[in-house]
Design a protein around this ligand. Structure first.
Ligand SMILES: *Cc1c(COP(=O)(O)O)cnc(C)c1O
Length: 362
């Protein structure tokens, strides 16, 4: 048996007719840029998350950077980000002209450790970007309390957590604004790059729309210099089809995760945990072991793909050498980078595939 890490083709086959029709419609209506599918998706996604506004963007990195710019965050400002994430989270802080300040993560949940945030706040701190990493919500109550005390903006990085819930609230509705990625491998994925931001703040939504469309709301009325970062019409049409399946796919991921947890509970692996009040959407199923290389080789030899998210803690990347961060300040993220391993996880994963993977890990 072979078990891929993700199988985007299996998902396409399950909805092929609808996807093909959506693509054909976009072409026959030449709704390539803006147009009805983009508008429809923005409205439906905002409804799904439970916010008033969604602004589609070219990708989930742009949507976060555009939010930072809309909040006026730039040179001289600092933004707190977790030490374990995909580089976009810290990259956007730099591309907006501000300075990323890393904070270590929790050893069980891998999300930003709220206990360590206060020590990282200075007079220049303007925002916190918590990441709902692997599909598990960060500890938002504590983060919002700290942010409130210091008047900081909270931008949730929801790129891995479409539909995840924290104490009954969907992620993306808790901070001041939030950013989503629709990269093909994400829980809600387009067939190319795509992203979007959500907020209840009308002025911020409007400013983001201006920034992402050359500084204009109306053609040729350029109020500022913006950029070109719009959600593509064809991707929006595809996302409209896929949004109808998101809950079903999320439940399939959660079932797969329960099965993994059951079959791996007596093994040497540290398994992913979620607080009872969270709805984990398992973008990734991440285990931890001090024996990672051997485990990965064993899986590989038996035809099971795995991956590492992420092999280097962000502050230790060559890209951040200029910050002069010390490993000793991020013990959890540095150890995790050496020990974590992501097992195959996607909605179409079969019971037989999960049983096979787990049989190798006993
Ligand atoms: C995927 C991802 C992003 C960025 O998304 P793109 O659409 O690829 O630009 C941002 N943050 C995290 C945590 C991600 O996983």
């Amino acid at each position: 048996m072979r078990v891929p890490f993700v199988d985007l083709h299996a998902q396409y086959l399950s909805i092929q007719e609808k996807i093909d029709a959506a693509i054909a419609d976009t072409i026959s209506q030449t709704a390539f840029i803006k147009g009805p599918y983009v508008k429809q998706f923005e409205e439906r996604f905002a409804d799904y998350i439970g916010v008033r506004y969604c602004v589609g963007c070219a990708n989930g990195t742009d949507s976060m950077e555009i939010l930072l710019r809309a909040y006026g965050i730039g040179p001289g400002d600092e933004v707190i980000v977790p030490a374990n994430s995909w580089i976009s989270t810290s990259e956007v802080v730099s591309t907006a002209g501000a300075k990323p300040v890393f904070v270590d993560v929790d050893p069980i949940y891998y999300t930003i450790d709220p206990e360590k945030i206060s020590a990282a706040i200075t007079a220049n701190t303007k925002a916190i970007i918590p990441v709902h990493l692997y599909g598990l919500p960060a500890d938002m109550d504590q983060i919002m309390e700290i942010a409130g005390k210091h008047r900081l903006i909270v931008i949730e990085d929801c790129a891995q957590a479409h539909g995840a819930e924290y104490r009954g609230k969907r992620v993306g509705t808790i901070g001041h604004a939030a950013s989503f990625s629709f990269y093909p491998g994400k829980n809600l994925g387009a067939y190319g790059d795509a992203g979007g931001l959500v907020t209840n703040d009308e002025a911020i939504a409007r400013q983001c729309r201006i920034i992402g469309n050359h500084g204009q709301l109306q053609k040729h009325h350029h109020q500022i210099e913006g950029r070109n970062s719009r959600l593509d019409g064809m991707q929006a049409a595809i996302l409209n089809v896929k949004l109808d399946y998101l809950e079903e796919w999320t439940e399939a991921r959660r079932r797969a995760a329960s099965k993994y947890l059951r079959l791996l509970k007596d093994t040497f692996l540290q398994l992913p945990q979620a607080p009872a009040y969270s709805r984990h959407v398992y973008h990734l199923f991440v285990v931890q072991t001090d024996n990672r290389e051997t485990v990965q080789q064993r899986l590989n030899a038996k035809g099971v793909a795995s991956a590492i998210h992420y092999p280097t803690a962000l502050p230790m990347l060559p890209a951040y050498e200029f910050l002069g961060c010390a490993e000793a300040d991020f013990p959890v993220a540095v150890t995790a980078a050496e020990q974590i391993l992501s097992l195959p996880m996607f909605a179409e994963l079969t019971d037989a595939q999960i049983e096979y993977v787990c049989s190798i890990l006993q």
